[in-house]
Ligand binder design. Sequence first.
Ligand SMILES: [Zn+2]
Length: 87
Amino acid sequence: MSTKNKFCQSCGMPMSKDPQSGGTNADGNRNETYCSYCYQNGAFTFNGTVTEFQEFCRTKMVENGQSKFMAWLFTRGMKRLVRWKNN
Ligand SMILES: [Zn+2]
């Protein structure tokens, strides 16, 4: 899994699925490390622990019609992403 910038390094979503193809830095430039859902204007949209964020994403996915299993599968690798590595 060394596919640089292919997945958002906060939530793990494929960047190709991001309608804005990346978040935004404080200076308005595109940020290609994090998706537009996670990162806006130089700040993370969700602040908390990785466990809280996993819970948040799973809830959102189930709300959007994903099965609980898919939501679990999607979020289980999250701890290895750049944003959470040092926590
Ligand atoms: Zn993201």
